[in-house]
Design a protein around this ligand. Sequence first.
Ligand code: 13P
Ligand code: SF4
Length: 308
Amino acid sequence: MPEQAFSELSAAIARLAVKREAVILSHYYCRPEIHEAAHFVGDSLGLSQEAARNPAKVIIFCGVHFMAETASILCPDKKVVLANLDAGCPMADMVAPEDLAARKKELPGVPVLTYVNSPAAVKAISDVCCTSANVAAVLKSLDASQVLMTPDKNLASYAQKFALDKEVLTWPGFCPTHHRLSLDEVLRLKREHPQAVVAAHPECRPKVQAEAHVISSTSGLIKRCSEGAEKEYVVLTEEGVLHPLRKNNPGKIFWTPKTPMICPNMKKISLTDVLTALETLEPEIKVPEEIRRPALRAVERMMAVPRD
Ligand code: 13P
Ligand code: SF4
């Protein structure tokens, strides 16, 4: 889309957002033009926190379905609109409430720690939620010798290192965007850029994590790469983070895998979708009360634990 069309659309979005008294939230993995149109850009935890604290009555969510559900769980009195209803998360779809209920029966007394990248009905039968930004702290806060973690097996393997007094039982879920990255590609990047800091998201597979100098959530990686004194970084997470990294750190070099790490669902959201969402205030995401109330318990228990 030509630059002028972008700026005209962005201006129309800004005008309508004021009229609707709406706040536009974007995850870092959305397209750069969505970051620019949003009032707040963040990772999963940051977006949940902003949804809860922002006084706007309407939230236009630029992210995937589970994120808008989390906003609805936290803010039942606000109208939460997902900019593009097709934006789902394949990892969230890897855990169904019936399957988790069956597994819980096999593990009586074992608390369930569920990544926010999950359906609301799964959160509702979990003890506590986490994001990649607070997983270690939440896991450590649980008084149990075994914990079942859903749905991301890679995040579970990362978290296990922070709680050696516990056994973390895993669920066979993963993020296709991060899990796809191979060890060979990371070793090649390290050979070609031996001076670079290797920064990986914990959704990457354990062999990839083992090669990283820094493992952190999306906003944690952005902070580390922005504040670090080093000049070069190998960035092993969704490529949306490159927009703020390059914009705010013109003197630094960010290397990425040959096959870009792209979340196709986050990229579905266009400026036209945002404008249409503001015009129609549809599609609204509203979690039914009988699911929202137990899900809120798990989300609030997470929010009470300070982030890393
Ligand atoms: P964070 O935003 O918590 O880093 O999670 C990454 C992700 O995959 C979001 O869908
Ligand atoms: Fe889901 Fe992965 Fe996309 Fe995040 S990056 S929304 S976990 S598929």
